[in-house]
Design a protein around this ligand. Structure first.
Ligand SMILES: *[C@@H]1O[C@H](CO)[C@@H](O)[C@H](O)[C@H]1NC(C)=O
Ligand SMILES: *[C@@H]1O[C@H](CO)[C@@H](O)[C@H](O)[C@H]1NC(C)=O
Ligand SMILES: *[C@@H]1O[C@H](CO)[C@@H](O)[C@H](O)[C@H]1NC(C)=O
Ligand SMILES: *[C@@H]1O[C@H](CO)[C@@H](O)[C@H](O)[C@H]1NC(C)=O
Ligand SMILES: *[C@@H]1O[C@H](CO)[C@@H](O)[C@H](O)[C@H]1NC(C)=O
Ligand SMILES: *[C@@H]1O[C@H](CO)[C@@H](O)[C@H](O)[C@H]1NC(C)=O
Length: 619
């Protein structure tokens, strides 16, 4: 019953409406607008409005309104026909709006506050009134977000959640959103401050109408977070439904975390030797590094050592520094773990090298000398004797038999530990060989152009103590020491007596004397073809006759040998194809031993021939 009544009423209403609409002629006036118009702040916005009126008239008027504070304010109007469009004075849009002949409203430049509902209304007298509303949306890109990382130290042992940082992005429209990222993964938006991680967002509207979004991130970091990279992102809507974003600079956390392990190591490559600089380094896997205590355990006694920043420096290290060291990290956050480590430091060393006999050694020429050296070292060592750069013995002993003056000098004994690079020591001893002087390297006769010229003679001698020189006759003398030689030089006049008897050099020391005579001759203007002033050439020339014959014979023999060799090679070349054939046969496996033997015997014959010819040529 009730239902039937309801249906009846609806039908009635429908009928009334159809009749009314038909009476009013619904198509007489209509207005068509865009639902929304989107524009960037500062740009121009065009709000179209298409109008249809059955009876166009100059008294029909089109007006644009804005909704503000719940009220409608007209901003511009225009008669449908004729006349100009005008904007109203005293509205927020005054001076920035224009109404065109096609009734579009243009706003330039657009302000953020222009984001309102705009209504286009046509009042067409008897044709009625129609309107349409456009929502104007204004967009402003917010600034790149900036993070203020908290300056306070965050410790993973802190039971409370710590502030990590605040992200701020300014001056956007519409409202921008902030998202936090850890290692490029967005963090879920948690606002519950009882959680281990949450954010406190806030949004402020600036006087300019723009929004500043900010978000503060709180979390309770774990040790792994020391390697995490955080950043924040602002996400914002742009025209045409685009969603855009901007990233902040990345940052990481300065986390303090307790040590779990200690390492105690020697900072030195290879074996350590006395005198090296050694650093014992103690380090934990915590941050920051705690203080460390160093202890040297010496025969059950503990000696506290002074380290710095986890490093115990032993400079220079001594053999007594070898032993057991202990390092203890004083990390009070890591109460339940043992942060003590020990290490054993071993130090290689070598005692000074001792030579026997010690001190300078003096022996007479011709005597034997035995030198010994010894040392002690922490590992196997070698000993070696050297004189200058020459190695004279590879053992600890050096025996010199029947010494001569050339054996005099400094002998060095070098001890080395081959397993420890750089560990060597040395000592030296000076050997002096004494004996009567000996004149060495005597020179041939000196020459002068003529009697009365100055002549210079040198006399070299070895011996110890240093020999004294006496020249007869005497002249201008000088003495010079060269190695184990003493050289005396004299300059005197070649008098008739000198030319006749020569000059005598006498060398003497406590052990004896030696004398040598130097001849002084007048130089011959050699027309007889003696261009060679060598002292021995005279003898050579005397033998010249016989040696000439010998040379001739040798040349003849050589020429003959050459001839024979050429003949032999020619013969061999002619046989070459034969030889190749033989080789092929051998390769094919048909080895003919006879041929091989034959060839061998042929060769032997040739050689025999050569041998036979040689004595014939020599005769
Ligand atoms: C209205 O006129 C303006 C200027 O003549 C033009 O820019 C705009 O596109 C027109 N709008 C429509 C909807 O025809
Ligand atoms: C415009 O009007 C619509 C519908 O009434 C409303 O939802 C919207 O918030 C308004 N826009 C502005 C900017 O006032
Ligand atoms: C941004 O756009 C999305 C969809 O495009 C919409 O859901 C959201 O409400 C918009 N946000 C703002 C602040 O306008
Ligand atoms: C953390 O930041 C500092 C300085 O900003 C940088 O030197 C360091 O390499 C960063 N650490 C990591 C794990 O990225
Ligand atoms: C030899 O020993 C002396 C004294 O021990 C030292 O002064 C000198 O330098 C050494 N000579 C060499 C070549 O080692
Ligand atoms: C003297 O003989 C030596 C060796 O035979 C030779 O080196 C030197 O050049 C000769 N002197 C002259 C002036 O020819």
């Amino acid at each position: 019953m009730e239902k039937m009544f309801s249906v009846g009423l609806t039908s009635l209403l429908l009928l009334w409406c159809l009749q009314g609409c038909w009476c009013k002629d619904p198509a007489t006036v209509s207005v068509e607008v865009s639902r929304t118009v989107e524009v960037m702040k500062g740009h121009s916005a065009i709000l179209p409005c298409a109008v249809t009126v059955r009876n166009p008239s100059t008294s029909n008027i089109l007006e644009w309104f804005i909704d503000e504070g719940g009220k409608r304010h007209r901003v511009a109007f225009r008669p449908q026909l004729g006349g100009e469009g005008q904007s109203d004075q005293g509205t927020r849009l005054s001076g920035r709006v224009t109404i065109w002949s096609n009734f579009s409203l243009s706003i330039s430049p657009v302000h953020v506050e222009d984001e309102k509902n705009f209504t286009c209304q046509m009042t067409a007298g008897p044709d009625g009134v129609a309107e349409g509303t456009t929502e104007l949306r204004v967009f402003v890109e917010p600034e790149k977000p900036e993070v203020t990382v908290t300056s306070q130290v965050i410790s993973v042992t802190d039971p409370a959640v710590s502030e990590v940082g605040q992200c701020v992005s300014r001056n956007g429209h519409p409202k921008p959103r902030i998202i936090w990222y850890k290692d490029s993964q967005p963090l879920p938006e948690v606002k519950d401050s009882n959680q281990m991680m949450y954010m406190v967002p806030s949004l402020a509207r600036e006087a300019s109408g723009l929004y500043t979004a900010s978000s503060t991130l709180y979390l309770k970091p774990k040790k792994e977070d020391r390697e995490s990279i955080f950043h924040c992102k602002v996400e914002y809507n742009m025209t045409s439904g685009q969603i855009m974003s901007k990233d902040s600079a990345p940052f990481n956390l300065t986390l303090h975390y307790p040590a779990e392990h200690v390492t105690f190591s020697i900072k030195s490559p290879g074996p350590i030797k006395e005198g090296d600089t050694v650093e014992l380094k103690c380090e934990t896997d915590g941050y920051p590094q705690p203080e460390f205590d160093f202890v040297f355990v010496e025969e059950g006694k503990e000696v506290t050592m002074q380290g710095r920043a986890g490093i115990l420096a032993l400079n220079p290290v001594k053999r007594v520094d070898a032993g057991v060291y202990r390092c203890e990290a004083l990390d009070f956050d890591a109460a339940e773990v043992d942060l003590t480590k020990i290490l054993t430091l071993s130090i290689h060393y070598m005692d000074p090298v001792m030579i026997t006999p010690a001190g300078p050694v003096t022996v007479d020429v011709g005597e034997d000398v035995d030198l010994f050296c010894k040392t002690k070292a922490s590992a196997d060592h070698t000993l070696q004797w050297r004189k200058g750069s020459e190695v004279v013995s590879e053992t600890e002993s050096l025996s010199l038999k029947s010494v001569s003056y050339s054996d005099a000098g400094e002998y060095i004994c070098v001890g080395s530990v081959p397993s420890v690079p750089g560990l060597h020591k040395q000592a030296n001893v000076t050997l002096t060989v004494s004996g009567s002087p000996k004149i060495v390297e005597p020179s041939g006769p000196a020459e002068v152009q003529k009697e009365g010229d100055q002549v210079t003679l040198t006399c070299s001698a070895q011996g110890h103590p240093a020999p004294q020189f006496t020249w007869t006759p005497s002249g201008k003398e000088s003495v010079e020491v060269q190695g184990n030689k003493v050289i005396s030089t004299v300059t005197l006049e070649a008098t008739a007596a000198v030319l006749e008897k020569g000059v005598t050099c006498q060398v003497a020391n406590t052990f004896g004397t030696e004398t040598m005579e130097f001849k002084v001759v007048i130089k011959q203007d050699a027309p007889s073809g003696s261009a060679d002033p060598n002292s021995t050439d005279r003898a050579d020339r005397q033998q010249g006759g016989s040696s000439g014959v010998v040379i001739a014979v040798v040349v003849c023999v050589l020429l003959l040998l050459l001839l024979v060799a050429i003949l032999y090679f020619l013969q061999k070349n002619r046989k070459l194809p034969c030889g190749k054939q033989d080789k092929k046969d051998v390769a094919a496996g048909e080895v003919n031993n006879d041929i091989v033997v034959e060839m061998k015997s042929e060769k032997a014959n040739e050689e025999a021939g050569l041998l036979n010819k040689r004595p014939a040529a020599e005769q």
